[in-house]
Design a protein around this ligand. Sequence first.
Ligand code: NAD
Ligand code: AKB
Length: 321
Amino acid sequence: MQIRKEKILVTGACGQLGTELVEELRKIYGEVQVLATDLIDPRSESLKSGPFEKINVLDKNGLGQLVNRFQPTQIYHLAAILSAAAEKNPTLAWDVNIAGFMNVLDISKTASEKVFKVYSPSSIAAFGPHTPKNPTPQHTITDPTTVYGITKLVGERLADYYFINYGLDVRSIRYPGLISYKTPPGGGTTDYAVDIFYKVVQDKSFTSFLGPDTALPMMYMPDALRGTLELMEAEASRITIRSAYNLNGMSFTPQQLADEIRSQFGDFELKYAPDFRQQIADSWPNDLDDSVARKDWGWKHQFGLKEMVADMLKNVGILVG
Ligand code: NAD
Ligand code: AKB
């Protein structure tokens, strides 16, 4: 059997997920094999360690030319506008999240050299107030009330459509809120669970924009990276879901997170000032049933709340001195 040498193009590479995913992909496939792209200049040194191109995913001609020039075998499409930012500019969110994804799908299906796999994440935001919350099944009611969630649901349907109608090997995960320390989150509703670590370590004080009892599904970045790579490496015959897989990590409320941080770090001032993001969080699941991902390609998370808090405190402590 001939082994294909993978070449990977990543859109939205400067974001919270992209920065770390590019690092992992370059470790596996080699630095020059992974082309990182974004609308903005790279912020981290690791992104500058290999090829980088500035590209707007809405520029279909420019993106098409880049794909024909670089000839990726896989595209990781991460460019997006997240939930809270999307509520402030729904038109932009629709354009980037839907038209941008359509551009990637169309270019992948017509590229001069074959694009074998496309990855484009979905989110717990694809669910809505009538979705069973605890846990949320793989197949269930999806009635998102945010523009971000609507675009994620449409993206799921498009992924399935391109697989069925054009045989494009599209794969996706409904990520919970991602918690990490290397790159700040990009304007989501789950961002509080990252911000709290910086505020506690720097100021010993944190004000949560979600109320104390708001339970949301969350995942530590190392699990998200591993899950993404495992899904992309799985045999195509094992992938039964082309829209997006539920993937569970942990579930906690701001109060539970604060209690765990207190037990490991010490006391700090905690206040609550819920804002418009409370309504968004209230429409999302509390916890996910990820049994289909476990059965299909062997997914299993490693980080629970305690382990995640210990690692975040250690690394944020180092970063802020
Ligand atoms: P982010 O906001 O941190 O990064 C998105 C990147 O896309 C940014 O660097 C931005 O500059 C870029 N971008 C925006 N518009 C663009 C355009 N027109 N052309 C090119 N680039 C553009 O987001 P993230 O957290 O890294 O999310 C990556 C993907 O994962 C998204 O699809 C998001 O919906 C999904 N996701 C993330 C989370 C999370 O908690 N971070 C959870 C669920 C799903
Ligand atoms: C957001 O809060 O918008 C993201 C997500 C869960 O999709 N973190």
